[in-house]
Write a protein that binds this ligand. Structure first.
Ligand code: NDP
Length: 277
């Protein structure tokens, strides 16, 4: 018997370049699921209507990307702790009572990829996070859960970093200005340096002292399929032990969304190898 297609989509703007349909289709193949995962280009002012219309046409769930993550969070009837930490959702579905339920798998996606690439573990590590937007808000709580020793947040606009630290309210979180990060002598010895800004999308480098990079683990949340991001390239030139982009995180956050919808855990590494080819 042929299974009826399961309708899922990605809402955002723009979405035409997204890898999510490819990733979810490859996951679905692993379980013989008849999945129909599309993209729905949606402007912020029509998001509510777009969600209702998708559901009316049989849609079961969706991923949400920029610039709609915060907006859809506010439309949800039920949200998880991860979503409320980030005040943003990237995964939604409707429950049996038609409640719109929202989750945020960015944090767990990042952590799962980090565990693959940094098997030494997060416990007792000193971590530097560049950026204080939604992505930083999503990845910090799982790092705290893994018992990182200290997490320093540095953002171009320091007030935003202070606001994030206040919201997450954990004594292991510290905020530095860009000037403090670059002026501290000797430089703070971080184990892991994470670029959670969108600077690489603009081909811009966040100002970081070169001396903190050598032999360290570096991760840029932005990814490029064709070539390393400028931050990954720079960190590699400056002697980082490892420097990774966010493709693995993208696949892992998709896997976590897939699990929420289908209760099945896809094998992510073949997809990573396939997309990296
Ligand atoms: P937000 O818009 O919420 O935040 C953007 C952040 O980047 C802010 O901290 C902002 O600083 C900083 N920033 C932007 N431009 C620059 C620049 N030129 N120099 C220095 N800092 C800059 O975005 P998100 O937090 O949601 O996402 C951040 C990045 O993470 C995105 O590029 C996104 O592609 C990536 N991401 C990747 C995922 C993956 O699966 N790989 C998942 C989620 C996000 P300020 O406050 O000073 O403006």
């Amino acid at each position: 018997m042929i299974q009826n297609p399961l309708f899922y989509t990605l809402f955002g703007h723009p979405v035409h370049h997204s890898l999510s349909p490819t990733i979810h289709s490859l996951f679905a193949k692993q379980f013989n699921l008849n999945l129909n995962y599309t993209t729905t280009d949606t402007q912020p002012d029509s998001v509510r209507l777009a969600l209702e219309s998708f559901k009316a046409q049989g849609g079961l769930g969706a991923n949400i990307t920029l610039p709609l993550k915060e907006m859809v969070y506010k439309l949800c009837h039920k949200t998880t702790i991860a979503a409320s930490h980030a005040q943003a959702v990237n995964t939604i579905y409707w429950d049996e009572n038609d409640n719109l339920c929202g989750d945020n798998t960015d944090g767990v996606g990042f952590l799962n990829d980090l565990k693959i690439k940094y098997p030494e573990g997060i416990k007792h590590r000193k971590i530097l996070i560049l950026g204080a937007g939604g992505a930083a808000a999503g990845i910090i709580p799982p790092l705290l859960d893994e018992e990182a020793d200290e997490i320093y947040i540095v953002n171009r606009a320091k007030e935003r970093a202070l606001g994030l630290a206040k919201k997450l309210n954990n004594k292991k979180l510290k905020v530095l200005s860009v000037a403090q990060l670059n002026g501290s002598n000797p430089a703070i010895a971080f184990d892991i340096i994470i670029n959670a800004t969108s600077a690489s999308l603009l081909n811009e480098l966040f100002p970081v002292p070169e001396s903190i990079i050598k032999d360290k683990f570096v991760y840029d949340l932005v990814y490029n399929l064709k070539s390393p991001t400028c931050f990954v390239r720079w960190a590699t030139q400056k002697g980082a032990k490892q420097a990774h982009d966010g493709l693995g995180m993208l696949i892992e956050q998709a896997a976590a969304a897939f699990y929420i919808w289908h209760h099945k855990k896809p094998d992510t590494q073949p997809i990573y190898s396939f997309l990296r080819q």
